[in-house]
Design a protein around this ligand. Structure first.
Ligand code: ADP
Ligand code: GLC
Length: 487
């Protein structure tokens, strides 16, 4: 069969988060940046997501259609389809109030919703039905993480006889394989998965249903969000327990590094920071630093090195060794500013630290996009000592803001940060290996030494700012993967 021109592709992005509408982390940034870049490449992109209460409050939509979804032989549910636009992208919302008209996307007050498997199973089925009611025949359905991992299964198994989806292929992008969504086997019927596929090659995982595992088995292609993470997924230690699943799909698994949306994250144009600056004149960064110190209630002192952190409060981000390291490191003449939301125990540990070092450490417990930008701009160094990191966007933002990242040598952090030691050409940040306070402390002390050597510090900052991780490269790679599926 002749290959279809890549400019003609109909692509459905099935996502659970989208920047500008709902966001809990980098998945939203990635989806919200990639969709417009793919559209600019000529693809016909439509995004579909659940009509969360928060989403409908954020963006104007209108009802355009409705459809019915058979969850199994006995249960049919009706959904409404709404349409809105964001930055020229058509976004469709699956409306079903019992599932989505509530506070929270996956959880509320720190508790995951009990019916998450059903909520997203329904969403996946509705996304397929929405294509039919819109007469939009996708060449590719691009799924992201466990919330849309059932879609490839429904496409391959439920729709195997369908003319409408005969040529549709699915790509599952793995942003984070640690989140898999397990559910009891009694739910098989409720999520419309056949007993035939409750086996260790498909959905079965220690007696439970594992949604992500099923997606890995049924997607036509799979990609991790960085080459290094793609390799880690093929190892016992880095696969989050799914090594056999990933190895079975090794020939269909690639790693595509995320990009940075420089329209949003660029100190030359950022509207959320007090003063803009560029690599030819960093004086504005100094003003951003003073404003940050003030905002976070710390003494305004331009000579003191400021370490920033913006993070989901989750085990993934390395708090188990970051915390003890900070208790020691804060005895130095430094300041640490932290913004985070998530796990309440971690939040209370961070508060204790800030209370103990009130002139050196400040913690804001919550989700605040403007403050995230101000930390990127005002800090000298950025803390990202993750236990694992599929890609990581914050360290990429840091580079652009001349805020040198201190990272663990893992996943996408390897692919984006050039270690000061190893590079021989100054580097763009500081990397360490062992997930232990001692290893992190050595990297922190190394950063302090560089800070004290202003020439060297300056050279590293300029090198960091010169890095370019725009989404074009990623988009080219995604185009190739799409093309490889439809040929
Ligand atoms: P992850 O997706 O694992 O959380 P990333 O580095 O890929 O990590 O992306 C995190 C994104 O979420 C960044 O845009 C970051 O600025 C944002 N973010 C994380 N925590 C917060 C917070 N508490 N307030 C504002 N933004 C946050
Ligand atoms: C996930 C990962 C993060 C990645 C983001 C966007 O949340 O934890 O490393 O950058 O997705 O792909």
């Amino acid at each position: 069969m002749a290959s279809k021109s890549s400019s003609e592709l109909n692509v459905l992005f099935a996502v659970s988060e989208y920047d500008g509408i709902v966001k809990t982390g980098g998945l939203a940034d990635a989806a919200g940046a990639l969709a417009p870049v793919m559209k600019a490449k000529g693809h016909n992109i439509r995004v579909i997501m659940p009509a969360y209460r928060e989403a409908l409050a954020k963006i104007e939509t209108r009802s355009v259609a409705s459809g019915a979804v058979a969850m199994n032989h006995e249960e049919t549910l009706w959904f409404g389809l709404r349409h809105g636009q964001l930055n020229g992208i058509d976004i469709y919302f699956v409306e079903y109030n019992d599932f989505y008209d509530r506070d929270g996307i996956y959880s509320s007050n720190g508790h995951g919703f009990q019916d998450n498997s059903r909520r997203f199973a329904f969403f996946c089925k509705a996304a397929l039905e929405a294509c039919r009611v819109m007469s939009f025949q996708p060449d590719v359905i691009h799924c992201h993480d466990w919330p849309t991992a059932l879609l490839p299964y429904y496409l391959r198994v439920d729709e195997c006889q369908s003319d409408f989806f005969k040529t549709t292929r699915s790509l599952l992008t793995i942003h984070n394989a640690a989140y898999q969504q397990h559910t009891g086997v009694s739910q098989l019927d409720g999520i419309g998965v056949s007993w035939r596929y409750f086996n260790s090659a498909c959905f079965e995982d220690c007696g439970q249903i594992n949604l992500l595992k099923g997606g890995i088995a049924f997607a036509d292609k799979i990609n991790a969000v960085s080459p290094s993470y793609g390799r880690e997924l093929l190892t016992e230690a880095g696969s989050h327990g799914l090594v056999d699943s990933f190895r079975r799909r090794q020939k269909d698994l690639t790693g595509i590094l995320n990009g940075c949306d420089y329209q949003q994250w660029n100190p030359e144009t950022d509207q959320l920071i007090p003063t803009n600056y560029s690599s030819t004149d960093l004086s504005g960064k100094q003003l951003c630093k003073e404003a940050l110190q003030k905002r976070m209630g710390l003494p305004v002192a331009v000579d003191k090195p400021v370490y920033g952190l913006v993070s989901r409060l989750a085990e993934q981000k390395g708090f188990s060794f970051l915390m003890p390291a900070l208790w020691q490191f804060l005895n130095q003449d430094v300041q640490v500013v932290m913004l985070g939301s998530g796990d309440s125990h971690t939040a209370s540990e961070l508060r204790k630290l800030a209370d103990y070092f009130p002139d050196k450490c400040s913690f804001y417990d919550g989700f605040d996009n403007a403050l995230a930008h101000q930390i990127e701009a005002g800090a000298d160094f950025f803390l990202m000592p993750s236990l694992f990191e599929p890609c990581g966007l914050n360290q990429i933002y840091s580079l652009k803001y001349a805020t040198l990242p201190v990272v663990r040598r893992v996943g996408g952090l390897i692919d984006t940060v050039d270690d000061y030691d190893a590079s021989g050409s100054e580097g763009t940040g500081f990397a360490f290996d062992a997930p232990e306070p001692g290893a992190l402390l050595s990297a922190l002390h190394q950063s302090l030494d560089v800070y004290r050597d202003s020439d060297q510090f300056d050279r590293m900052r300029k090198q960091a700012m010169a890095c370019n991780f725009d989404w074009q490269n990623a988009a080219d790679s995604y185009c190739s993967v799409y093309q490889s599926m439809i040929c």
